[in-house]
Structures are given as C-alpha cells and as structure tokens.
Design a protein around this ligand. Structure first.
Ligand code: GDP
Ligand code: ZN
Length: 458
C-alpha cells in the first residue's frame, strides 16, 4: 500500500525534557535528511540505528536543535513503513519548530491515531488491536487505560481466535463429510455440533457481560443528579467535581476546552449530564419540562437522587422515586448536620435494595461513602480480575450480539433436526461475524484454512 508521509509530535506536549517528532512513510528518510545535518546522511546509515546531529533550518541555515535521530526502515517498524524519529532536547517550542520544518519539507501532519491506522492497513496489527490503541489515546481513567492496553495486547483477538477455531473445525468437518466421503472422517453428528455451538454461546456471553462495564469505562457513566430544589444538588455536583480531578477531554491534544464534565470516581469515569442545567436553573424538571426530563433520565446510566434530612418526605420526593423505578439509583440523604425531620425508615422502604448514603455536604461528610457506592455498583468486586477480557467497543458488542443470535439460530435448527449441511450456514456466518471484530472475514481465508486444517488436496 502507498501512503504519503506523515509527521507528528509523539511525546506528550510539555512533559519531560525530550520531545520526539516521528515521521512515517515512503519519504520519511528523504524528508528528515533535509532537516538533518550530521556526519553521514540518514539515507546512508543502517536501519535501526541512532545518530547524533543537528536539525537545521535550511532557509536560514540556522541550527534549530541538537538531536538524536533514529532511522527504521520498512517493514520492521510499527507502521511497516520507513520511520524516522527525531529526539529533541529542547522544550515544546523547539519540538514544534522541528515538526514545522518537517511539514515544510513535504510531510503531512498526522491525524490522531493515524500511525496506528497505518499499522493496521499495512497488516501489522489487527482491527481490534488498532481500536485498542485509539481507545488508549482517548482513555479517561487508569482503568479505561488498562482495558485499552489489554486490547492492544491482543487479548480480545486471541479469544475471538479461539472461538473461530472451534467453529471452523466444525465447518471443516462437515465439508469433509460431504465433499470427501472417501476420506473416511468420523461423521459430524447433531450432538457434536450442538456441543461446539453451546461452547461458543457461553464464551460470547462471558464477553458480553463485561461489555457494559467496558463501555462505561470508555464512554463514561452518564450520571444525572435529581432532587427537589434546595436539597443540595449543586453542592453535590461541586463536591464531586472538586474532590476528584475533573477529566479534561482533549482527544486530539489540541483543545483545552472542557466539553463535558467528566470526573474520575475511584476509577469510574462519571459523565455528569446536563450539569449546566443544574447549575443554571437548579432543577432539570423545571427547566426542560417533565416529559423531556424523563427522557434524559431514561438515557442515564446512574441517577443520584438527593433528599433533605431536615425536611419531611414530600409527594414530590416519592414521585421522583417512581420516575426512576427501574434504573440504577443511589439515594442520598443530605444535610445530616441539621435537625432530622425525614423518616429514614420510609426512605429505606422507598430505596428498596438500592444503596442509601447519608451526607453532610456542608461538613464534607459521607462523600467518600457515596463514591464507594458508585464504584461498588459498577465493579461489583469481580471485574478487577486480571484474566477478564473487557469488550468496550460498541462495534465489537454489536458484532458479538449478532454472532450470538446467529449461533443460537444454529442450535435451534439442530434441535428441530434440520440437516447438518444447512445448519452449517449459520455456523459459517457466525465465524464471519466474529472475524469482522478483528477485521478478517474474507471468504477466501475460510477456504484456505479449511485446507490447512485437513491437509486435503495434497
Ligand atoms: P439544590 O437546589 O438542590 O442545587 O441545592 P444547593 O446545592 O444549591 O444547596 C441549597 C442550600 O443548601 C445551599 O445554601 C447550600 O449551602 C445548603 N447545603 C447544601 N448541603 C448542605 C448540608 O449538607 N448541610 C446544610 N446545613 N446545608 C447544606
Ligand atoms: Zn443548586
């Protein structure tokens, strides 16, 4: 494949004393040579070596930087293209200047994740690994970072590979039974097929159960704070934002604007929805009307329902409980520093099995318990295990769901006694759907692997 040459600063801006400008593409070495001045030209040095020299602005002949430059020739590089990395010592300004020079000499500024995209397009990594790298770039908390890291690691790919292998074996087996009766292979029975299919269904289920948490880690848990006026919603919002580092979303590393309010609560990224609304008008119900606010509520992953310890429960409070009936709710009774008027037994009854936390936001009490409740609700202890393969990508989830329903169709067909060569169509389709997760669903490779499996046609 042929691409133009891209360049970008590949270290975090402002971090540390060394900045790296990375170039990738057919002209990477040629372009770098136009800025580099050293003992030998870069074109002359062996691959995977690093040389000392200077970066020179050829228009003024000025030495911009002292630099260590490494040259890595295709295909043994991350992108499988020629790669040059210019290690600069100076701060942000000089790194930027080197990048500008590279752009002036014919490189194009890389888009976020473009190096990774090339690694995929050039066949160096598979699609789920590429998506893992993209997630890494956007990861909002350490935990989300770990999920992405595991994906880059190829964990999901390996898991998918195992499932596809199981499916492929059955398909190959049936094919052999049909096309090569003389080969005298054991005949695939409905029972054997059902056993394999059930195995695949169970494994997909396991992957899908982690999907919800994975998606939350990736996209943030959309959270809405509700409660009557004056119960402490704004105070709660402020304490969540101030106690926890607000996460700034600057995907491309270019903007410093806070697009949405993200906070990291014990590893759970909360996306505080409609916070502007709460800040401005105190009450989303008041501001956008009952119907619309019900819609907002419906889309939320988590509701923080705030009550006032110093007031009796009102009908309005009870109506709020009704509005969030089937949702993830944490009940917060705030203002425990004032005289109790609320009937806590009644609150417990309304809360049913939902977590109930008492706080005094004024005295900064109970906030930690609240945060723990949020974390517990979404990690339930087990998810931390190291051997869990998270699925966090929406595309992956959709494909897994489709694969599951297709293989379930196959099981249904088996149970109805449909001939095996027909059931096989669903099995093959499942194999393809799983293949799309890792970017491999070409029918040809099924054929190739069929023969590789059984070593026929010698
Ligand atoms: P909202 O209308 O639900 O957003 O409530 P606010 O957060 O604006 O708080 C209403 C008032 O209650 C403010 O004067 C807060 O300072 C006060 N407040 C918030 N939390 C507490 C608390 O725990 N104890 C006491 N005594 N006052 C509080
Ligand atoms: Zn308020």
């Amino acid at each position: 494949m042929e691409f133009d040459t891209i360049a970008a600063i590949s270290t975090a801006l402002g971090e540390g004393a060394i900045g790296i400008v990375r170039l990738s593409g057919d002209d990477a070495i040629q372009i770098a040579d136009k800025l580099y001045s050293g003992k030998d030209s870069l074109a002359a040095i062996p691959s995977h070596t690093i040389v000392y020299g200077h970066i020179v602005d050829s228009s003024s002949n000025e030495r911009v930087e002292e630099a260590m430059v490494s040259v890595m020739r295709a295909p043994r590089t991350f992108t499988r293209e020629d790669v040059v990395e210019i290690n600069c010592h100076g701060g942000v300004l000089s790194v930027n200047r080197v990048l500008q020079l590279a752009l002036r000499h014919g490189a194009r500024l890389a888009e976020p994740g473009e190096f990774t995209k090339r690694a995929f397009l050039n066949g160096r990594i598979d699609l789920s690994q590429a998506e893992g790298v993209m997630d890494l770039i956007r990861a909002k908390t350490d935990r989300a970072m770990n999920v992405a890291l595991k994906q880059v690691d190829g964990r999901l790919s390996k898991k998918i590979g195992t499932l596809r292998q199981a499916l492929l074996e059955t398909v190959a087996h049936v094919e052999v039974n049909i096309d090569y009766p003389e080969y005298d292979a054991e005949t695939m029975t409905h029972e054997m097929l059902q056993e394999k299919a059930t195995f695949v269904i169970n494994e997909i289920d396991k992957l899908l159960t982690t999907a919800k948490q994975g998606k939350i880690l990736r996209e943030g848990l959309s959270t809405v704070i509700i409660g009557r006026p004056n119960v402490g919603k704004s105070s709660l919002l402020n304490s969540l934002v101030h106690e926890n580092k607000a996460i700034v979303t600057d995907v491309a590393g270019t903007t410093r604007d806070i697009i949405e309010e993200y906070v990291n609560v014990k590893g759970v990224p909360l996306r505080l929805v409609d916070t502007a609304g709460i800040r401005e008008t105190e009450d989303i119900v008041e501001r956008i009307g009952v119907e619309r606010s019900r819609e907002v509520l419906k889309k939320a992953d988590l509701i923080l329902l705030v009550l006032n310890y110093g007031e009796e429960l009102s009908q309005e409070d009870e109506a709020l409980f009704e509005a969030v009936e089937k949702m993830n709710v944490i009940v917060i009774v705030n203002k425990t520093d004032v005289e109790q008027k609320i009937d806590l037994n009644k609150v417990k009854k309304l809360a049913a099995d939902r977590p109930l936390v008492t706080t005094s936001l004024l005295r900064d009490e109970g906030v930690d318990q609240l945060e723990q409740a949020i974390a517990d609700l979404f990690f339930e202890g087990e998810i931390e295990g190291d051997d869990v393969t998270y699925v966090s990508n929406t595309r992956h989830i959709t494909l897994l769901e489709q694969a599951k329903s297709t293989i379930e169709d196959a099981v249904g067909a088996i149970e109805m006694g449909v001939p095996i060569d027909l059931v096989q169509i669903d099995v093959t389709r499942t194999w393809e759907l799983l293949g799309e997760i890792i970017g491999d669903s070409v029918q040809e490779s099924l054929i190739d692997q069929l023969f590789a499996q059984f070593c026929l046609g010698k």
